[in-house]
Write a protein that binds this ligand. Structure first.
Ligand SMILES: C[S@@+](CC[C@H](N)C(=O)[O-])C[C@H]1O[C@@H](n2cnc3c(N)ncnc32)[C@H](O)[C@@H]1O
Length: 342
């Protein structure tokens, strides 16, 4: 098809292309043409003098040219939805969504209520998974689960999720699981040494316990208060063949540890909103020089450090690493601290 194009020296092509893309002037459905020391970039519309000058080009760089059509696969759900819903509403849809096994979990704002099934079906087709749910509010309660509204595909909420060679079976409606913590889990795994005794105080279906047990010679006490999480943890131990390394425990972590008399090399406290309440018992259950992986929702590290200091007293502590694991809400972070208690 003959269209207007911008003829640019090859050594400037990338910079000019980025500017045109940013300003949505480039026609992305057609291929850039190569010509000796130049490229010709297809344009949606003509550029005026000011625009050309800002690119250090002139009217002579505008040419009519035959461009070849290129079929583009959509790169994001938003891209995929472009022709399916009102473009004005597109900006409101969060581009990101979670995929847990065959399940897609989307966030759709209230004002797109009337488009929700269309968006759900598009997400199903785009991701090629089996089912789509919409987040129905915040993660809440002691079990840390959220309501999910079915939008598209089969209504099955039990699924098998794969992560770094491990497999986790779970019902996404009954247990907490976040695929967004995969990198954090992998980071912790990298710190574990053979021979350690570990306590995973709020283990869920066991993603971190299992990941560690798969590659390290360790003994892990994996505790969770949610019976569904505990049952999936036991199934996941079998699926991943790590029954000999994990001791699954159903109940309150504090109640259990007060009676169990365990001294661990490492304690994982992934219950960011409430973990501080369990710091005392964690310190009491930790060997000299043992490490606590502590999590908290906060805007900065000060509160967490103060709580750790109080719980560790009279023992000394050393912060090995502190990081923002991910953003929780504007100004608030899911913080992670690795602390050695001496
Ligand atoms: C944020 S989730 C983390 C689960 C898991 N570590 C993961 O990353 O997928 C916290 C878990 O702690 C469990 N929980 C909450 N209070 C607890 C308690 N007092 N004792 C043991 N488990 C608890 C919840 O059932 C939930 O599965």
């Amino acid at each position: 098809m003959i269209m207007i194009g911008l003829k640019v020296p090859k050594n400037r092509a990338n910079d000019v292309r980025k500017v045109l893309l940013k300003k949505s002037i480039m026609e992305i459905d057609y291929k850039i043409k190569q010509e000796d020391n130049f490229v010709i970039i297809p344009l949606k519309n003509n550029l005026n003098n000011d625009q050309l000058e800002s690119l250090d080009l002139s009217l002579e760089n505008l040419v009519d040219c035959e461009f070849e059509y290129q079929k583009r696969e959509p790169k994001s759900l938003k891209d995929y939805l472009k022709k399916k819903i009102d473009p004005q509403n597109l900006d409101e849809i969060k581009g990101s969504f979670d995929i847990i096994g065959d399940v897609v979990i989307l966030e759709i704002p209230e004002d797109l209520e009337s488009d929700k099934f269309k968006i759900g079906k598009a997400a199903l087709d785009f991701t090629k998974r089996k089912t789509v749910f919409r987040k129905g509010g915040k993660v809440k309660g002691i079990k840390r689960i959220r309501e999910l509204e079915h939008l598209a595909g089969s209504e099955i909420s039990e699924t098998l999720h794969r992560e770094y060679g491990a497999r986790f079976l779970m019902d996404v409606k009954k247990v907490y699981f976040s695929p967004r913590l995969a990198t954090e889990r992998h980071r912790i795994l990298g710190m574990v040494k053979d021979g350690e005794t570990i306590i995973d105080m709020f283990a869920g279906v066991g993603p971190l316990s299992i990941l560690i047990a798969l590659s390290k010679d360790v003994k892990i006490y994996s505790i969770d208060i949610n019976p569904d999480a505990y049952n999936y943890l036991k199934k996941n131990m079998v699926i991943n063949k790590v029954e000999d390394k994990i001791i699954p425990v159903l109940g309150d972590a504090s109640d259990y540890l007060k009676l169990a008399n365990i001294l661990a090399d490492r304690i994982i406290m992934n219950l960011p909103g409430l973990a501080y309440k369990y710091l005392d018992i964690a310190v009491d259950s930790l060997k000299e020089g043992g490490i606590i992986h502590y999590y908290e929702f906060s805007s900065d590290f000060d509160v967490a450090l103060d709580r750790i200091k109080k719980a560790a007293h009279p023992r000394k502590f050393k912060v090995i690493n502190k990081r923002k694991v991910r953003s929780k809400s504007p100004g608030k972070w899911h913080l992670g601290l690795d602390v050695k208690i001496l």
